[in-house]
Design a binder for this molecule. Structure first.
Ligand SMILES: Nc1nc2c(c(=O)[nH]1)N[C@H]1C(S)=C(S)[C@@H](COP(=O)(O)OP(=O)(O)OC[C@H]3O[C@@H](n4cnc5c(=O)[nH]c(N)nc54)[C@H](O)[C@@H]3O)O[C@H]1N2
Ligand SMILES: Nc1nc2c(c(=O)[nH]1)N[C@H]1C(S)=C(S)[C@@H](COP(=O)(O)OP(=O)(O)OC[C@H]3O[C@@H](n4cnc5c(=O)[nH]c(N)nc54)[C@H](O)[C@@H]3O)O[C@H]1N2
Ligand code: SF4
Ligand SMILES: [Mo]
Length: 717
């Protein structure tokens, strides 16, 4: 007898509600849940392929231990954990707590209980070395907020906007900015009369819906942003009353952008001057607006400056939520909020936390710099990392594959947690076999948490869901939730963990005798939430809690805080930008004539397991080129070519894309085999991170290196 139960797809942070057809504990079918609010039944093909994820013939059903000859043999998970705890004790005794690090990547989206328990183990050991992918993603947004200051009332809600500008993001595919049914949400936005402006070297799925699409040379976003600020100021577009009351530095900013005249910007960024003027005019006329940046901006250099300038542009126009507006993301599982229509002055972006021993990097508001992890492992000396707990797929996703591999293999102890013997698992000493998808209970917390780090996340309305696990792991398997690894290690070592909600300073000790359930950890996470967790459990399909809607209150008459339009570092960087030789900084030449840019594909999420790869056409990650470039390089669709940067080279399958700006190569990351295996591009794709380097043009705050606008060459194979 089959049954249909509601759950949630967690392959990406869109968290689409689904209906799962089960037959005797087997997942037969996954489809959108039409009864769940906000999503209108939306799912993407990856979510609907979840049955194949569950039935993956290569699924890791037992933990693995690396043997001296480099092969792997199954090991009982609890024995592995006991051995790991023993090794860890020796390492801490010999090298001190800083020699132990944790790294949390996107698998934390599926397993929200991992982060607090991993962090509490590190805390209990006395190690500050907790890293996450956030600093290799869009750390620029958090840093720019610190430099500019933030508006306590937050941003304006999409359905109220006259203009929305998206630079370097493609929500239709990525769901960033529109997490719930992005295609439909964008259609509604445009129908309601919002002017959508998209800045992207590709006429992306999102750009196709835009009132105006600027298709620039990659890597020139800061120049364009400075040009728009200049035009809005010069055309009298400044909301003087708002700026006078809420900001400082207008005169300095005005001077600093003077050199970014429309003709200069148009020529340098390769966009028509008329379009630049049109964009500025739309923004200057709009009463309500919002500007967002994506990975096209964060990966292509000067991400912090670009986002800072867009924050300034918002302030110049007064594009921040007003007294009486409904808050953009009213908390459900986050603690209650009481936003006011007032500014909060800038706060330190760095200077308060752990210092790295490499590249002068340190902890920032965006977190510990993940780009420093590899060199913290490889650099000898006091504090060197010797043991690492890895909950990510770094062999495909960390810049500089070869160096990353060297670091992973040089550790005294590398523990990963995985669902298959991924390229990253193949570098580890112990691979802990993991539960997947519907074996794990759901808590919608992560979607809300992401909104704290990036404005493109969160629910458009106060939605929440807490759903049970639906199926048991396969009979005879020995798999665990990621958090249990950290919990059991602590128990082996006799350490008391203090989990706690990340929003409260109250200590919340975990029961170290009777092992908690994942739901118990979820309860820790949701402690102090705006809506009690028990209420969520009453709604199997998820629910919009209208009583949770919060409205922005008037400003406090005593408020004297100010947003900063002229952060000294940013003004200095603007001068540098204006003075530099654009061709030289771009780095293209006769040898490397093309610019490589990142893009995401609908049917692949980073390096995560690809169910039904053949049917969903994600066996490989093609390098897309404009047809005119295909002809110039004597390539035909489907042909193999060698793509080389100054840092390395890969073989790729080329495909034509007439929506791309000529001179640009667009390719998704997260593909390729383990570096020791024979490359097989047609079956496994190629690792873009053979073309990147950890120290290439890195951001001084977060350490994120250049992963886009990379000069490359292409030769037929
Ligand atoms: N060149 C380049 N590099 C990039 C980017 C880019 O645009 N260009 N983007 C960066 C960004 S924004 C991000 S967020 C990162 C993403 O990089 P990661 O954080 O590494 O995320 P994934 O690739 O999704 O990680 C999936 C990996 O974790 C393993 N895994 C481990 N535990 C589990 C588990 O419990 N469940 C599941 N399902 N899998 C598990 C999977 O087998 C797979 O190998 O990549 C970054 N790297
Ligand atoms: N289907 C799918 N969805 C995902 C993911 C996935 O792998 N697959 N990954 C998830 C993750 S980890 C993240 S961080 C988000 C990211 O979400 P987004 O940032 O929206 O990611 P993309 O869809 O790659 O959109 C980036 C856009 O930037 C453009 N671009 C490239 N270079 C430049 C440039 O120099 N300037 C400008 N202005 N644009 C440029 C690209 O052409 C592309 O259209 O997506 C998430 N959602
Ligand atoms: S992978 Fe697809 S179905 Fe799953 S959450 Fe993301 S967008 Fe939704
Ligand atoms: Mo990301």
């Amino acid at each position: 007898m089959s049954e249909v139960r509601p759950s949630t797809c967690r392959i990406c942070s869109a968290y689409c509600p689904v209906l799962v057809t089960l037959d005797q504990g087997k997942v037969l079918k996954v489809e959108g849940n039409p009864k769940a609010p906000l999503y209108d039944g939306y799912t993407c093909p990856k979510g609907r392929a979840l049955p194949a994820f569950h039935n993956n013939p290569d699924r890791l059903l037992h933990s693995m231990k690396r043997q001296p000859d480099g092969s792997y043999l199954p090991i009982a998970t609890d024995l592995a954990i006991a051995e790991i705890a023993e090794r860890l004790k020796e390492i801490v005794a010999q090298h001190g707590p800083r020699s132990v690090a944790g790294f949390l990547g996107n698998p934390g989206v599926e397993q929200v209980a991992t982060a607090p328990v991993m962090m509490s183990l590190l805390r209990a050991l006395g190690s500050p070395m907790f890293f996450s992918m956030a600093t290799l993603d869009q750390p620029n947004t958090k840093v720019a907020d610190a430099l500019h200051g933030v508006w306590e009332g937050g941003r304006m809600r999409p359905e109220t906007l006259d203009v929305m500008l998206i630079a370097g993001g493609n929500p239709v595919i990525s769901k960033q900015y529109f997490g719930q049914n992005p295609g439909m949400r964008l259609k509604e936005l445009v129908r309601r009369g919002t002017q959508l402006i998209v800045i992207d070297p590709r006429r992306s799925e999102t750009a196709r819906r835009a009132a105006l699409h600027l298709q620039p040379i990659p890597g020139e976003d800061a120049v364009i942003a400075a040009g728009l600020v200049h035009l809005v100021i010069a055309s009298g577009g400044v909301d003087s009353q708002f700026v006078e009351q809420n900001a400082t530095g207008l005169a300095e900013l005005t001077r600093a952008v003077e050199r970014f005249t429309p003709d200069y910007v148009a020529a340098r960024a390769g966009v028509p001057e008329a379009d630049l003027r049109k964009a500025a005019a739309i923004i200057a006329r709009a009463k309500r607006g919002n500007i967002g940046t994506g990975t096209g901006v964060s990966m292509t250099g000067r991400g912090t400056l670009t986002t800072y300038l867009y924050n300034c542009l918002q302030t110049l126009r007064g594009f921040w939520a007003q007294d009486g507006d409904e808050m953009l993301c009213s908390p459900v599982l986050l603690p209650p909020a009481s936003p006011r229509a007032q500014p909060r002055s800038p706060f330190p972006a760095t200077g308060f936390g752990e210092k790295m021993r490499v590249r002068g990097l340190e902890q920032s508001v965006a977190g510990m710099p993940a780009a420093a992890l590899v060199d913290e492992i490889l650099t000898p000396g006091e504090g060197q990392i010797r043991a690492l707990f890895m909950h990510a797929g770094v062999m495909r996703t960390m810049p500089d594959e070869a160096r990353t591999h060297r670091a992973m293999r040089s550790l005294d102890l590398l523990v990963t947690h995985d669902v298959e013997m991924s390229p990253t698992a193949q570098t580890a000493d112990y691979v802990i076999a993991s539960k997947i998808a519907f074996e794990i209970p759901v808590l919608s917390f992560l979607v809300e948490l992401n909104s704290v780090f990036h404005q493109g996340y969160g629910y458009s309305d106060p939605f929440g869901s807490a759903q049970p696990a639906l199926v048991e792991p396969p009979a005879g398997s020995d798999v665990v939730d990621a958090w249990r690894v950290y919990y059991r290690i602590a128990r082996e070592l006799g350490i008391q963990l203090d989990c706690g909600s990340m929003f409260s300073s109250e200590p919340s000790p975990i029961d170290m005798v009777n092992e908690p359930s994942t739901e118990d950890i979820h309860a820790f996470i949701a402690a102090g939430s705006a809506i009690p967790l028990e209420r969520l459990a009453q709604y199997p399909d998820g629910h919009v809690f209208d009583e949770a809607r919060v409205h922005v209150a008037p400003r406090d008459t005593a408020c004297t805080e100010r947003l900063d339009l002229a952060n000294a570092d940013m003004i200095a960087e603007l001068a540098e930008l204006a003075a530099e030789n654009a061709a030289l900084s771009r780095g293209t030449n006769f040898e490397y004539p093309l610019l490589l840019v990142p893009k995401r594909m609908q049917n692949a999420t980073n390096g995560i397991y690809r169910a039904e790869a053949e049917r969903l056409k994600v066996r490989t990650n093609p390098a897309f080129l404009h047809p005119s470039d295909m002809a110039a390089f004597r390539l035909v669709p489907g042909a193999m070519a060698r793509l080389s940067s100054r840092h390395g080279s890969i073989e790729v399958v080329v495909e034509a894309d007439r929506d791309l700006r000529p001179g640009v190569v667009a390719i998704a990351h997260g593909f390729g085999r383990h570096p020791g295996a024979t490359p097989d591009t047609r079956s496994f794709g190629a690792n873009v991170n053979r073309l990147t380097a950890l120290d290439d043009d890195f951001d001084r705050y977060s350490g994120i290196p250049r992963m886009g606008a990379i000069p490359v060459s292409l030769t037929p194979v």
